[in-house]
Design a protein around this ligand. Structure first.
Ligand SMILES: [Zn+2]
Length: 396
């Protein structure tokens, strides 16, 4: 199987670190709002990859996190303040909503679905390791990653320092914090001052009370559940920098082992009405709203009809078409099927159908082409249709 690896920028043959076992970590949600189609697109893309790896006979160990606490103010904390609820209650509420939406789409629940707030001690240990090895420094109760000490910082995103600064303006609230040696240094631990303590999450640590940085959370939880080196690390394209770049620097710096992840996979951004689907643009399409009008299989079909690695634009007419395609497949499934033979060889065509389907997905997980192939099988009333349709996560 070939897969597009963001680290090399090329399609590479997939060979896991251990023969038949694949470890995969996918960055999860920050739970303070409803699941939109952009989230669903990322998580159903990785769901189809995991299903296909299992279809090929691999044992898959899959971890996904929930960023229910981090160093930032402008997501959960601002929302909790506005609604007069605790950050913990808000995070629990939206995590449950996310899981309900994703399970409605027949999403595979990860082997480990882990909350950052329950793994603070792992993050503290990792930060201490980075301090001990000289990759981090302390300032007034906070700890920062010294990016100047990390050789190859930027190897994933391939951005220049000027470009990194530009992107960081949108992501890092503390870019110009005077405590930092360099604005691009990453917050590993953010100190809490005593007057803030009742209002914001804080945890005891050898550095003083505070909370972990967003980036160190994923390094710590990935290493805790899947080991110091993993096969696949996934997430949306917008996480490539600084989030994933920082994860590489932190994990490889602490463990001394490279690569932290052998394959970095980034799912394509979803657009709506010409702009990236996002809260700030006000152009969100909610999964729960779509589920009122369309079947879960139709939504999954729409998502898989777009290639996982490419950006795409949501248009309702495409979802209407997806519903029609799903109806066509499901009507074919209730009609009787016949096993057909190649006249010359006496080989059942069904074995060939499975091989053709696998060859399509072996080519960088080409789900749009695989769906077209399923429609052909439906026309032929192929007995393989049922297994191949459900192998991509469609509910029967
Ligand atoms: Zn992450």
């Amino acid at each position: 199987m070939n897969i597009l690896n963001s680290l090399s920028g090329k399609e590479e043959e997939f060979t896991p670190l251990h023969k038949n076992k694949v470890t995969i970590y996918v960055c999860g949600i920050t739970p303070y709002d409803t699941t939109h189609l952009g989230h669903a697109s990322t998580y159903i893309s990785f769901d189809s990859l995991i299903r296909y790896l299992k279809f090929k006979g691999f044992e898959v160990l899959y971890t996904q996190n929930v960023t229910d606490v981090n160093d930032r103010d402008h997501d959960i904390l601002d929302r909790a303040k506005k609604l007069h609820v605790s950050w913990k209650k808000l995070a629990e509420y939206w995590t449950e909503k996310f899981l309900a939406d994703m399970h409605a789409l027949n999403w595979i629940h990860p082997s480990h679905y882990v909350k950052a707030s329950r793994h603070i001690h792992h993050m503290i240990d990792l930060i201490q390791e980075l301090l001990d090895k000289g990759f981090a420094y302390r300032r007034n109760g906070s700890v920062y990653l010294d990016t100047a000490k990390i050789s190859g910082y930027g190897k994933l995103s391939k951005l220049s320092k000027v470009e990194m600064m530009k992107v960081s303006l949108d992501f890092e609230e503390d870019l110009q914090c005077p405590e930092k040696k360099n604005p691009l240094d990453i917050t590993l631990w953010r100190a809490s001052s005593p007057d803030q303590l009742p209002h914001i999450p804080h945890f005891a640590s050898p550095f003083g009370p505070g909370r972990p940085g967003w980036h160190i959370e994923c390094s710590a939880m990935s290493m805790e559940y899947l080991g110091e080196q993993i096969d696949i690390h996934g997430g949306g394209t917008d996480l490539k920098f600084p989030h994933h770049e920082a994860e590489i620097a932190q994990s490889e710096g602490a463990s001394g082992k490279a690569p932290f992840a052998k394959y970095w996979l980034h799912s394509g951004t979803v657009f709506y009405r010409g702009a990236k689907m996002s809260k700030s643009k006000g152009n969100l399409v909610m999964v729960s709203d779509l589920l009122k009008k369309y079947s879960p299989n139709a939504i999954r079909w729409l998502l898989l009809s777009n290639h996982w690695s490419k950006p795409w634009e949501y248009k309702e007419k495409d979802l209407i078409k997806a519903q029609k395609n799903v109806d066509t497949i499901e009507s074919a499934l209730v009609s009787p099927c016949t096993v057909r033979y190649r006249a010359s060889q006496g080989v059942p065509l069904e074995a060939s159908a499975i091989n053709q389907f696998a060859a399509i997905l072996d080519n960088n997980l080409d789900t749009p082409k695989a769906l077209e192939f399923l429609l052909d099988l439906a026309k032929q009333k192929s007995p393989s249709l049922k297994n191949l349709y459900s192998s991509l996560g469609f509910k029967l």
